[in-house]
Design a protein around this ligand. Structure first.
Ligand code: NDP
Ligand code: HEM
Length: 479
């Protein structure tokens, strides 16, 4: 045996003498129960899969850093923004939404943009998309929407009828549907997408003043997209095109970068701004709230182990840090519950103590015991709170300013008096003629086989956004 030899062992560290031949009763005989090596190997294999994410199952990720280039301390006291030049480690996982873990990358779909910043004050997760808006504005509709994107229970195939039926009955989806069906609905790779926090979040500064904020990450690689035909050809040759593009760029030292910008609204503006700033189907027009420079995001390190660092990564909008917080957006409120709940099921109760999820700052909770717990500090008398044993305590400095909320508890019709058409129309009107034609063609292709009464209902929405939008789709459907 030479000195570099590493002894193969069981999980208990017991040396293995033979990893080629099972232990049998005679050369041709059956295997023995006592071949624990074989039993352990088979048992472990049976447990190699964890549930895939219920949405955004197919993804790719890489590590990097956020570097602050501009002073925004007047808006937020978050440590991550504390000084120009400040660099914070991060993980970014991109994804598609509808496909399963083995789905092809080059599909027409929204791209997920999930960021975890390992800040000095705990993890800040910004779980966004490559689009600034979303399909629904009430979380009660999220599972219904997702069902239309996944497989039909009987055919086990995806259903264009379900998608357009739901969208045509949910006019709040029109803005996002327009983005999805535009050239940007089929990005060439993850590197060539922008990222958006989409929701309105809040900033709190050192004077405890609150601002509403939207997050934007603008690609320095440029927006690059594909036509349906280009994507079909690509998928025929390579189902992992985005994974390959990201991995190889980083391996080659061609580190992708994004400019991090924000839009900021003083707290009081929300009450009189013409648009409900907490409506996830709307943007804040740049003319009203211009982009403010903050920093640069760079990805520069591929994971060493995809499963451990990307599949087990757990991002949640509930992870906020002092100076960055929530808003009344109903969708965001639901997401505060949904993600950590998903992680406890998908990864396990102590998912946040896995290396990829573990904050780089101290963690002091009083949670105890539980399956696979390697996190609880042991041998301390301070295992309850309050205690007089020197255990961790709260600090009122981190309290947020009170948020004024008023109104009667009820189920308010969010479709009443809400303009679902102007911003979809604005987007349509800023497209070049070529982009508009792509939009018409993409919609016509996506509507193949959909019953006529559903098509007509959706055409009426396009008409309301812009008559030329509806006419263009009609012409493409007849072509
Ligand atoms: P601006 O002219 O100031 O900005 C237009 C924005 O549209 C830019 O951010 C541009 O992104 C983006 N854009 C261009 N083509 C597409 C597309 N096919 N899909 C998605 N985004 C696209 O206009 P306004 O701020 O007044 O907004 C007008 C419309 O632009 C909105 O209704 C919205 O649909 C869209 N938009 C607005 C954003 C915002 O935060 N205000 C953000 C993204 C889109 P880029 O600079 O990367 O080319
Ligand atoms: C993933 C729920 C809306 C972006 C997920 C997951 C759940 C979920 C349960 C899987 C989490 C996991 O297993 O790790 C919801 C609910 C929503 C909602 C209930 C609305 C009420 C949104 C919106 C965005 C978004 C509006 C973007 C702005 C993402 C992304 C992922 C994801 C990027 C993948 C995260 C990763 O890479 O691990 N969502 N979602 N979701 N969601 Fe949402």
């Amino acid at each position: 045996m030479n000195h570099t030899h590493k002894q193969m062992t069981t999980t208990a560290g017991n040396p293995i003498a033979d990893n080629q031949n099972s232990m049998t009763a005679g050369a041709r005989g059956p295997v023995l129960m006592q071949d624990y090596q074989l039993l352990e190997k088979l048992a472990h294999q049976n447990r190699e899969r964890i549930p895939e994410r219920v949405v955004h199952a197919k993804g790719s990720g890489a590590f990097g850093k956020l570097t602050i280039t501009h002073d925004i301390t007047q808006y937020s006291k978050a440590a991550v923004f504390s000084e120009i030049g400040k660099a914070t480690d991060c993980l970014l996982r991109f994804s598609t939404v509808a496909g399963e873990r083995g789905a092809a990358d080059a599909e027409r779909d929204v791209r997920g943009w999930a960021l975890k910043f390992y800040t000095d004050e705990g993890n800040w997760d910004m779980v966004g998309n490559n689009t600034p808006v979303f399909f629904v504005r009430d979380p009660l509709k999220f599972p219904d929407f997702i069902h239309t994107q996944k497989r039909h229970p009987k055919t086990n195939m995806r259903s264009a009828t379900a998608m357009w039926d739901f969208w045509s009955l949910s006019p709040e989806s029109l803005h996002q549907v327009t983005i999805l069906m535009s050239d940007r609905g089929l990005p060439k790779s993850y590197r060539h997408t922008n990222g958006y926090g989409s929701h309105t979040y809040s900033f709190i500064n050192a004077k405890n003043e609150r601002f509403w904020v939207k997050f934007h990450f603008k690609t320095r690689q440029g927006i690059q997209t594909m036509t349906n035909e280009e994507a079909a050809k690509l998928i025929g040759e390579d189902r992992e095109s985005s994974q390959k593009d990201l991995y190889e760029a980083i391996e080659a030292g061609d580190f992708p970068q994004w400019d991090f910008k924000i839009q900021v609204m003083p707290e009081a503006d929300a009450e009189h701004y013409s648009i409900n700033p907490f409506d996830l189907t709307k943007v804040w027009p740049h003319a009203d709230y211009p982009l403010i420079d903050v920093g640069t995001l760079e990805l520069n390190r591929n994971p060493e182990n995809y499963f451990q660092e990307i599949e087990q990564a757990a991002f949640s909008p509930s992870n906020i840090v002092p100076g960055i917080s929530f808003s009344p957006d109903k969708m965001l409120q639901a997401r505060i519950f949904s993600y950590a709940d998903a992680h406890r099921y998908r990864v396990g109760t102590w998912y946040e103590s896995l290396p990829v999820n573990r904050p780089k700052s101290p963690v002091n909770t009083y949670h105890m015991d539980g399956s696979m717990n390697a996190a609880t500090p042991s041998s301390s008398d301070a295992y309850y709170e309050p205690n007089s044993m020197g255990g961790a305590t709260e600090d009122a400095r981190f309290a947020e300013p009170p948020l004024k909320i008023s109104g009667d508890a009820d189920r308010y019709n969010h479709r009443e008096g809400n303009d679902d058409y102007s911003q979809a129309g604005d987007l349509f009107r800023l497209m070049s003629e070529d982009q508009q034609q792509q939009l018409f063609n993409n919609i016509a292709a996506a509507m193949q086989g959909v019953p006529q009464h559903i098509v007509e209902r959706q055409l009426a929405h396009f008409d309301q956004a812009d008559p030329a939008y509806g006419d263009g789709v009609r012409a493409a459907l007849q072509a």
